[in-house]
Ligand binder design. Sequence first.
Ligand SMILES: NC(=O)c1ccc[n+]([C@@H]2O[C@H](COP(=O)([O-])OP(=O)(O)OC[C@H]3O[C@@H](n4cnc5c(N)ncnc54)[C@H](O)[C@@H]3O)[C@@H](O)[C@H]2O)c1
Length: 317
Amino acid sequence: MKKIIVTGALGQIGSELTVKLRDIYGEDNVLATDIRKPEDICGPFELLDVTDAKKMYELSKDFEADTMIHMAALLSATAEKNPLFAWNLNMGGLMNALEVSRELDLQFFTPSSIGAFGPSTPKDNTPQDTLQRPTTMYGVNKVAGELLCDYYFNRFGVDTRGVRFPGLISYATPPGGGTTDYAVDIYYKAVEQGRYTSYIAEGTYMDMMYMPDALQAIVNLMEADGSKLKHRNAFNISAMSFEPSQIAAEIKKHIPSFKMDYTVDPVRQAIADSWPNAIDSSAAVEEWGFKADFDLEKMTIDMLEKLKVKLNQKAIS
Ligand SMILES: NC(=O)c1ccc[n+]([C@@H]2O[C@H](COP(=O)([O-])OP(=O)(O)OC[C@H]3O[C@@H](n4cnc5c(N)ncnc54)[C@H](O)[C@@H]3O)[C@@H](O)[C@H]2O)c1
């Protein structure tokens, strides 16, 4: 990775990833792109709608990119509201990004998700290679995307790589409409209001990861020796699995008056119920040394500290 173009660079992952990549590879070597303009422009930025194949090709060529990191997508809960739009953006954008990578010989990364699993997938210690019959449009897109990335490697030799991210938790940029967003929102509401109403029911376990571990995983996988990768795309990776009352209990250790109740959203609950409780990351550990530094306890301390500063407010205690 020396000259990197990032799509969807203003999103929850892209916004922090761009900063990290610029720290490592140099500000001028990372071109951030998105369909909307950033509030403050720092570093190279271009407007790019990923459904515009011609512009994607031209920007990549002019920048002399050797790597494409494709982040633009519609996430699970939003995709369920507009499935046709989701198909066109998620599949059309990915096909364009893969084609540009083939034409310009770019190394390629795009994330899949735990949403690529479905109700018939084994729920606990979900294997790397297992049944994938998702019941959401997002899941259908992600499975098709995993297969397409494998296809572009096998058929054309494009150096495609990817992970299945769990729910990602961060304080910098708000999440973009996923099912696991409650695990970000709960920290904001804890600091701002001292209480939270969860739309996910008690007892619903899902995999999660703190953003610094997710960003490091992308860099490590892209820098890994390709000859050691048996699975190139869609590596299961997870740092923790918890259900809403566990994250609430962790927050209570720091904000004793914190209270949580539940008003379950049937749409997002149904999506969560179709996903695994906890996935097995051992293929990623064996093939490229995946590791996560943050567990629920360590992440909670960091999130609350950072959010208190960000929201310029003392925690209710
Ligand atoms: N955040 C998570 O918890 C999570 C978990 C698993 C997988 N993922 C995957 O990671 C990737 C990035 O997710 P995210 O959380 O940063 O998403 P996000 O919704 O926060 O950001 C997506 C970005 O894409 C941009 N975008 C939308 N339509 C576009 C278009 N037509 N052209 C160009 N840009 C467009 C948006 O403006 C936004 O900045 C997605 O593929 C997502 O499925 C995310």
